[in-house]
Design a binder for this molecule. Structure first.
Ligand code: FAD
Ligand code: N01
Length: 542
C-alpha cells in the first residue's frame, strides 16, 4: 500500500489530463496523472475502429497552448485518422516529458473528501492511496461505453466488438459476414471501411442520423503554411465562437433570406462539409420550421446518392431536428449503400430480438453473421464520474447528489465537493463543441483558480448552493429554448435506462460561456466560497 501526497491528482490521460498536468507543473504544483489505459490519448487510445477520424478539422482539433507544438507538428490530412491523432498525443507527451508524472494501467476506484484534513483521499485498483489537495476529473465525457445488452450475446459463436474498446492489433473482416449495430458517428464512420473488407455487411439501424460529407483530403504544404501563419487569429476566433471552431457564426435566420439565397447558402455550407453546416443560419437549432427546411435539403442529398429509393427512404431521418444529435461527418457513408455487399435493416420497425450462436434475429428473421460490431455508444458525461463516485461533505456521494440529474456550477465544480474540478463536466459546453477548445478553456480556468488560491493564501474553493442552483436552472432554460429536447439522445441521457432526462451539456455556446467564466473570475470568483484553513479552524473552535 502506498500513501503519496500531491497538490493535485488528475484522473485521466486524454487531452484534458495531459494539459492539466502541464499547467500544474508550470505553476510549481506537484501533480500525478492516473490513467486506466497503458498509454495516453483517452478517446484516441481506446477507440481504434476502422474509419475513425476527428470531425473537426485537425488544424483546429489540436492544442493551442504551445506555439512550439503547433509550429512543429504537421497534420497530413484535413481530418486526421485516429492513428495520426494518437501519434500527435504521444509526440506532445514526449515533448513535455509528461510520462514521468503519469501512472498507467491504474484505475481510480474511489475519492473521499476528508473534512478534518481538507484533503481528497484517492484509491486505486492497485490498492494505492493518494492524498491530494485538489482532485481533478479529466475522466472524459465519452469514455465509458454502453455495453451491449442483447439477449443471447454470450452464445454467439463469432467475434464481437464494441467501437469504444477496439483491439489494438486491429480486426480483419476479410471474407466475413459482418453486422454493425448503431448508426451514430461511430457506426457512420466505420461502415464504409468495413464494407470494403467484408464479404457482406448488414447495417442494423434503429434511428437514421444526419451526416454531412467530410470532403477529407491530404493537406498540402501551402495550405499548412497558411494555416500555421494564421494560427493566432484562428485560435482566438475559435475561443469566442459558438462551437469552438473557426466557422463564421451565421448572421441571418432561415426565413430572413429568399428561397434562392437560402439554397445558395446551404449548398455553400454543404460543400465546406463538417458540422460547421449547422452554422448556415442562426435559427437551425431553435426553430422547427427552419430545421425541417434544412433537413429536407439534406434528405434531397441523400436521395441523390442512394440508388434504391426504399433504402434512401430508410436512411432519411424522421422526427429528428437536424443537429440535435451530434451531426455526423462521413466519408462515402451514403454511397456505401449502393454496394452489392451491403444491406440495411430497419430495427425500429423490427427490433433485434436476440443474438443467436450464428447471428441475430430481428423481426423474426435470422441474419447469419461471423462478426458483430456494436457501435452503440456511451454512458456519456456522468458515466466515468459515477464509476469513481466521489464522496464529498457529510459523506454524500456524487451519485446521490445527482440522482435527478447533474447540478454543477459552470460544469466545473460541485457544491459539497470542495477542491474537486470536472474538466468539461455536465453544465459546460463540452460535447457541443470542438472539445479541444473547451478542454483548454477549462484547464486554464482551473489552473488559474488554484494559482489564485495559493497567491491569496487560500486553500479551499467550493460553489455555493445558490450559485449552483442558479447555473443549473440557466442550463435548463437555455436547453428549453432549443429543439434539443425533442430528440432521444445521449445529450439527454436517453440511451441509458434509468438515466434522468435532462440536458447534460450547456447549450449557450463556447464564446458566451467563456465570457461568463471570465466575468465570474474577475468578480473574485463570484458564486464560490473561498476559505483559509486557519479561518475554518477558528470558526470551528468559536
Ligand atoms: P478522454 O479522451 O475520454 O480521456 C479520459 C481518460 O480518463 C481515459 O483515457 C480513461 O481511461 C481515463 N479514466 C476515466 N476514468 C478513469 C478512472 N476511474 N481511473 C483511471 N483512468 C480513468 N470531440 C471533438 O471535438 N472532435 C472530434 O472529432 C471528436 N471525435 C471523437 C470520436 C470518438 C470516437 C469519441 C468517443 C469522442 C470524440 N470526441 C471528439 C470527443 C472526445 O472525447 C474529446 O474530443 C477528447 O478527446 C476528450 O478528451 P478528455 O481527455 O477530456 O477525455
Ligand atoms: O454513439 P451514439 P456513437 N439497439 O450514441 C444505436 C462522439 N463521436 O459511438 O439512435 C439498437 O451516437 C443508437 O440508436 P438510437 C460524438 O460526440 C465522434 O456513434 O438510440 N440500436 C445509435 O444509432 C458522438 O455523438 C466521432 O435509436 C442501438 C447508435 O447505436 C458520440 O461520440 C466518432 C441500441 C449509438 O450512437 C457517440 O457516438 C464517434 C440498441 N440496444 C463518436 N443501443 C467523430 O466523428 C444503441 N443503439 C469525431
Amino acid at each position: 500500500m502506498r500513501h503519496a501526497e500531491f497538490d493535485a491528482i488528475i484522473i485521466g490521460a486524454g487531452f484534458s489530463g495531459i494539459y492539466m498536468l502541464e499547467r500544474c507543473r508550470a505553476l510549481g504544483f506537484s501533480a500525478r496523472v492516473i490513467e486506466a489505459g497503458t498509454g495516453p490519448g483517452g478517446t484516441w487510445y481506446w477507440n481504434r475502429y476502422p474509419g475513425l477520424r476527428c470531425d473537426v478539422e485537425s488544424m483546429t482539433y489540436s492544442y493551442s497552448f504551445s506555439d512550439d507544438i503547433q509550429r512543429e507538428w504537421t497534420w497530413s490530412e484535413r481530418y486526421a485518422t485516429q492513428a495520426e491523432i494518437l501519434r500527435y498525443v504521444n509526440y506532445v507527451v514526449d515533448k513535455l516529458d509528461s510520462r514521468r508524472d503519469m501512472q498507467f494501467e491504474t484505475c481510480v476506484t474511489g475519492a473521499i473528501f476528508d473534512e478534518a484534513e481538507d484533503r481528497w483521499k484517492i484509491e486505486t485498483d492497485r490498492g494505492e492511496h493518494y492524498i491530494a489537495k485538489y482532485c481533478i476529473m479529466a475522466t472524459g465525457c465519452l469514455s465509458v461505453m454502453d455495453p451491449p445488452r442483447f439477449k443471447g450475446l454470450e452464445r454467439f459463436k463469432g467475434q464481437w466488438y464494441h467501437t469504444a474498446a477496439w483491439p489494438k492489433e486491429g480486426v480483419d473482416f476479410t471474407g466475413k459476414r459482418v453486422g454493425v449495430i448503431g448508426t451514430g458517428s461511430s457506426g457512420i464512420q466505420s461502415v464504409p471501411v468495413i464494407a470494403e473488407q467484408a464479404a457482406h455487411l448488414t447495417v442494423f439501424q434503429r434511428t437514421a442520423n444526419y451526416s454531412i460529407p467530410a470532403w477529407n483530403r491530404p493537406l498540402d504544404e501551402d495550405s499548412v503554411r497558411r494555416w500555421k501563419a494564421g494560427y493566432p487569429a484562428l485560435r482566438k476566433k475559435a475561443q469566442v465562437s459558438p462551437v469552438g471552431a473557426d466557422f463564421d457564426p451565421p448572421d441571418k435566420s432561415t426565413f430572413e433570406v429568399s428561397a434562392e439565397e437560402r439554397r445558395r447558402r446551404l449548398e455553400e455550407m454543404w460543400q465546406r462539409g463538417s458540422f460547421g453546416f449547422l452554422s448556415a443560419f442562426t435559427d437551425l437549432l431553435t426553430n422547427q420550421a427552419a430545421s425541417d427546411l434544412v433537413g429536407a435539403f439534406v434528405e434531397e442529398k441523400i436521395r441523390a446518392v442512394v440508388k434504391d429509393p426504399k433504402v434512401a427512404d430508410l436512411l432519411c431521418p424522421k422526427n429528428l431536428p437536424i443537429g440535435t444529435k451530434r451531426l455526423c461527418v462521413d466519408t462515402h457513408y451514403y454511397e456505401t449503400f449502393n454496394r452489392d455487399n451491403v444491406s440495411l435493416v430497419d430495427i425500429k420497425a423490427a427490433p433485434i430480438e436476440e443474438i443467436t450462436p450464428a447471428g441475430l434475429i430481428a423481426g423474426g428473421v435470422e441474419y447469419a453473421l461471423d462478426a458483430i460490431v456494436f457501435a452503440t455508444g456511451y454512458d456519456a458525461m456522468t458515466g466515468a464520474l459515477f464509476r469513481i463516485n466521489p464522496r464529498g461533505r457529510g459523506g454524500m456521494t456524487l451519485k446521490e447528489k445527482w440522482a435527478s440529474g447533474p447540478r454543477t456550477y459552470l460544469g466545473v465544480a460541485v457544491a459539497g465537493f470542495p477542491n474537486l474540478f470536472t474538466i468539461t463536466g455536465p453544465g459546460s459546453p463540452s460535447v457541443i463543441s470542438n472539445m479541444l477548445v473547451s478542454i483548454e478553456q477549462h484547464v486554464d480556468w482551473i489552473a488559474d483558480c488554484i494559482a489564485h488560491l495559493r497567491a491569496h493564501d487560500l486553500d479551499l474553493i467550493e460553489p455555493t448552493v445558490e450559485a449552483e442552483d442558479k447555473w443549473t436552472s440557466h442550463v435548463n432554460e437555455v436547453a428549453e429554448g432549443t429543439l434539443f429536447l425533442k430528440s432521444d439522445t445521449w445529450y439527454l441521457g436517453a440511451n441509458i435506462p434509468g438515466k434522468p432526462r435532462v440536458c447534460f451539456p450547456y447549450l449557450g455556446g463556447v464564446g458566451t460561456y467563456k465570457k461568463i467564466c471570465d466575468e465570474i473570475t474577475a468578480k473574485d470568483y463570484e458564486g464560490f466560497a473561498l476559505s483559509r484553513a486557519e479561518a475554518r479552524a477558528a470558526a470551528r473552535v468559536g
